[in-house]
Design a protein around this ligand. Structure first.
Ligand code: ADP
Length: 173
Protein backbone atom coordinates (compact mmCIF):
# COMPACT_ATOMS: atom_id res chain seq x y z
CA UNK A 1 0.00 0.00 0.00
CA UNK A 2 3.02 2.28 -0.29
CA UNK A 3 2.60 3.52 -3.81
CA UNK A 4 0.54 6.39 -5.04
CA UNK A 5 -1.19 5.68 -8.36
CA UNK A 6 -2.31 8.14 -10.95
CA UNK A 7 -5.36 7.44 -13.06
CA UNK A 8 -5.09 9.59 -16.18
CA UNK A 9 -7.82 10.24 -18.72
CA UNK A 10 -10.39 12.62 -20.11
CA UNK A 11 -13.24 11.82 -17.66
CA UNK A 12 -15.72 13.67 -19.89
CA UNK A 13 -17.66 12.79 -17.76
CA UNK A 14 -16.56 10.33 -15.08
CA UNK A 15 -18.66 7.12 -15.19
CA UNK A 16 -19.28 4.20 -12.87
CA UNK A 17 -16.71 2.28 -14.92
CA UNK A 18 -14.08 4.81 -13.83
CA UNK A 19 -15.36 4.59 -10.24
CA UNK A 20 -15.00 0.81 -10.38
CA UNK A 21 -11.35 1.10 -11.44
CA UNK A 22 -10.66 3.73 -8.76
CA UNK A 23 -12.16 1.45 -6.07
CA UNK A 24 -9.95 -1.39 -7.27
CA UNK A 25 -6.96 0.95 -7.25
CA UNK A 26 -7.70 1.94 -3.66
CA UNK A 27 -7.59 -1.70 -2.61
CA UNK A 28 -4.00 -1.92 -3.82
CA UNK A 29 -2.48 1.56 -3.59
CA UNK A 30 -2.09 4.19 -0.88
CA UNK A 31 -4.11 6.64 -2.90
CA UNK A 32 -5.40 7.32 -6.39
CA UNK A 33 -4.82 10.67 -8.02
CA UNK A 34 -7.19 11.25 -10.92
CA UNK A 35 -5.32 13.27 -13.53
CA UNK A 36 -7.41 14.98 -16.19
CA UNK A 37 -5.51 15.54 -19.40
CA UNK A 38 -5.84 19.07 -20.69
CA UNK A 39 -6.00 18.55 -24.43
CA UNK A 40 -6.63 21.67 -26.52
CA UNK A 41 -7.29 19.52 -29.62
CA UNK A 42 -10.35 17.84 -28.13
CA UNK A 43 -13.75 19.49 -27.84
CA UNK A 44 -15.10 18.11 -24.57
CA UNK A 45 -18.67 18.42 -23.31
CA UNK A 46 -17.55 19.47 -19.83
CA UNK A 47 -14.77 22.00 -19.31
CA UNK A 48 -11.74 20.88 -17.32
CA UNK A 49 -12.99 22.94 -14.36
CA UNK A 50 -16.41 21.28 -14.53
CA UNK A 51 -14.83 17.83 -14.65
CA UNK A 52 -12.63 18.62 -11.64
CA UNK A 53 -15.67 19.89 -9.76
CA UNK A 54 -17.74 16.79 -10.58
CA UNK A 55 -14.96 14.48 -9.39
CA UNK A 56 -14.40 16.52 -6.20
CA UNK A 57 -18.10 16.21 -5.37
CA UNK A 58 -18.09 12.50 -6.16
CA UNK A 59 -15.18 11.83 -3.78
CA UNK A 60 -15.98 14.43 -1.16
CA UNK A 61 -14.81 13.12 2.21
CA UNK A 62 -12.42 10.55 0.78
CA UNK A 63 -8.88 11.88 1.24
CA UNK A 64 -7.38 8.89 -0.61
CA UNK A 65 -8.79 10.12 -3.91
CA UNK A 66 -7.47 13.36 -5.32
CA UNK A 67 -8.10 15.12 -8.59
CA UNK A 68 -5.79 17.25 -10.64
CA UNK A 69 -5.15 18.32 -14.24
CA UNK A 70 -2.05 17.92 -16.33
CA UNK A 71 -0.65 18.61 -19.76
CA UNK A 72 2.55 17.39 -21.32
CA UNK A 73 4.09 13.99 -20.73
CA UNK A 74 2.24 11.78 -18.28
CA UNK A 75 5.43 10.22 -16.89
CA UNK A 76 6.82 13.68 -16.10
CA UNK A 77 3.63 14.52 -14.27
CA UNK A 78 3.78 11.22 -12.35
CA UNK A 79 7.36 11.89 -11.30
CA UNK A 80 6.48 15.42 -10.23
CA UNK A 81 3.68 14.30 -7.90
CA UNK A 82 5.61 11.31 -6.53
CA UNK A 83 3.49 8.59 -8.14
CA UNK A 84 5.19 5.37 -9.20
CA UNK A 85 2.19 3.71 -10.83
CA UNK A 86 -0.13 4.59 -13.70
CA UNK A 87 -3.49 2.82 -13.51
CA UNK A 88 -5.51 2.24 -16.64
CA UNK A 89 -8.75 0.37 -17.15
CA UNK A 90 -9.01 -2.43 -19.69
CA UNK A 91 -12.52 -3.07 -20.87
CA UNK A 92 -12.07 -5.29 -23.89
CA UNK A 93 -9.58 -6.40 -26.46
CA UNK A 94 -10.36 -3.20 -28.36
CA UNK A 95 -8.67 -1.20 -25.58
CA UNK A 96 -5.62 -3.40 -25.58
CA UNK A 97 -3.58 -2.34 -28.59
CA UNK A 98 -3.57 1.36 -27.82
CA UNK A 99 -2.99 0.80 -24.11
CA UNK A 100 -0.14 -1.61 -24.81
CA UNK A 101 1.60 0.94 -27.04
CA UNK A 102 1.14 3.70 -24.49
CA UNK A 103 2.41 1.57 -21.60
CA UNK A 104 5.54 0.56 -23.48
CA UNK A 105 6.21 4.11 -24.64
CA UNK A 106 5.80 5.41 -21.11
CA UNK A 107 8.16 2.73 -19.83
CA UNK A 108 10.72 3.79 -22.40
CA UNK A 109 10.33 7.42 -21.33
CA UNK A 110 10.59 6.58 -17.64
CA UNK A 111 11.31 2.98 -16.56
CA UNK A 112 10.69 3.79 -12.89
CA UNK A 113 6.98 4.22 -13.50
CA UNK A 114 4.94 1.05 -13.85
CA UNK A 115 1.61 0.82 -15.69
CA UNK A 116 -1.00 -1.41 -14.06
CA UNK A 117 -4.16 -2.50 -15.87
CA UNK A 118 -7.34 -3.26 -14.03
CA UNK A 119 -10.49 -4.90 -15.33
CA UNK A 120 -13.86 -3.45 -14.32
CA UNK A 121 -16.89 -5.47 -13.31
CA UNK A 122 -18.38 -7.10 -16.39
CA UNK A 123 -21.40 -4.82 -16.22
CA UNK A 124 -19.16 -1.83 -16.96
CA UNK A 125 -17.15 -3.44 -19.71
CA UNK A 126 -19.24 -1.78 -22.43
CA UNK A 127 -19.45 1.60 -20.72
CA UNK A 128 -17.67 4.71 -21.99
CA UNK A 129 -18.05 8.46 -21.46
CA UNK A 130 -18.89 8.83 -25.14
CA UNK A 131 -21.73 6.31 -24.93
CA UNK A 132 -23.14 7.95 -21.79
CA UNK A 133 -23.32 11.30 -23.60
CA UNK A 134 -24.96 9.76 -26.67
CA UNK A 135 -27.52 7.77 -24.69
CA UNK A 136 -28.43 10.76 -22.53
CA UNK A 137 -28.78 13.05 -25.52
CA UNK A 138 -31.12 10.57 -27.17
CA UNK A 139 -33.30 10.40 -24.09
CA UNK A 140 -32.07 7.15 -22.56
CA UNK A 141 -31.52 6.67 -18.86
CA UNK A 142 -27.95 6.77 -17.58
CA UNK A 143 -29.00 6.31 -13.95
CA UNK A 144 -26.90 3.30 -13.05
CA UNK A 145 -24.05 4.25 -15.33
CA UNK A 146 -22.83 7.48 -13.76
CA UNK A 147 -22.74 9.00 -10.26
CA UNK A 148 -25.84 11.13 -9.44
CA UNK A 149 -23.92 14.41 -9.78
CA UNK A 150 -23.06 13.56 -13.41
CA UNK A 151 -26.67 12.84 -14.24
CA UNK A 152 -27.62 16.23 -12.76
CA UNK A 153 -24.89 18.03 -14.68
CA UNK A 154 -25.92 16.32 -17.94
CA UNK A 155 -29.44 17.53 -17.37
CA UNK A 156 -28.16 21.05 -16.78
CA UNK A 157 -26.11 20.93 -20.00
CA UNK A 158 -28.68 19.43 -22.28
CA UNK A 159 -31.85 20.50 -20.51
CA UNK A 160 -34.66 18.06 -19.72
CA UNK A 161 -34.66 15.06 -22.00
CA UNK A 162 -38.01 14.89 -23.81
CA UNK A 163 -37.70 11.38 -25.19
CA UNK A 164 -37.61 9.73 -21.78
CA UNK A 165 -40.80 7.70 -21.22
CA UNK A 166 -43.22 9.21 -18.72
CA UNK A 167 -43.23 7.32 -15.44
CA UNK A 168 -39.65 6.18 -15.69
CA UNK A 169 -38.24 9.30 -14.12
CA UNK A 170 -37.35 9.16 -10.49
CA UNK A 171 -36.83 12.13 -8.22
CA UNK A 172 -33.44 13.75 -7.91
CA UNK A 173 -31.18 12.20 -5.27
P1 ADP B 1 -8.93 8.41 -22.32
O1 ADP B 1 -9.23 9.51 -23.29
O2 ADP B 1 -7.58 8.47 -21.69
O3 ADP B 1 -9.29 7.02 -22.78
P2 ADP B 1 -11.16 8.09 -20.54
O4 ADP B 1 -11.69 9.04 -19.53
O5 ADP B 1 -12.09 7.64 -21.60
O6 ADP B 1 -9.88 8.78 -21.10
O7 ADP B 1 -10.58 6.81 -19.80
C1 ADP B 1 -9.64 6.90 -18.79
C2 ADP B 1 -9.27 5.50 -18.34
O8 ADP B 1 -10.43 4.87 -17.81
C3 ADP B 1 -8.77 4.59 -19.45
O9 ADP B 1 -7.81 3.72 -18.92
C4 ADP B 1 -9.99 3.79 -19.83
O10 ADP B 1 -9.66 2.54 -20.37
C5 ADP B 1 -10.64 3.65 -18.47
N1 ADP B 1 -12.07 3.43 -18.59
C6 ADP B 1 -12.99 4.19 -19.22
N2 ADP B 1 -14.22 3.64 -19.11
C7 ADP B 1 -14.06 2.50 -18.40
C8 ADP B 1 -14.94 1.45 -17.98
N3 ADP B 1 -16.22 1.44 -18.28
N4 ADP B 1 -14.41 0.43 -17.28
C9 ADP B 1 -13.10 0.40 -17.01
N5 ADP B 1 -12.21 1.32 -17.38
C10 ADP B 1 -12.68 2.36 -18.07
Amino acid sequence: MKSLAIFPGSFDPITNGHLDIIARGLSVFRGVRIAILVNPDKRPLFTVEERVDIIRLTYRGNPRVQVDTFSGLLVDYAERVGASVIVRGLRAISDFEYEFQMALMNRRLNPRIETVFMMPAESYSYLSSRLVKEVFQLGGSVRDLVPPVVERRLREKYGPVPAQPVGRRRSRR
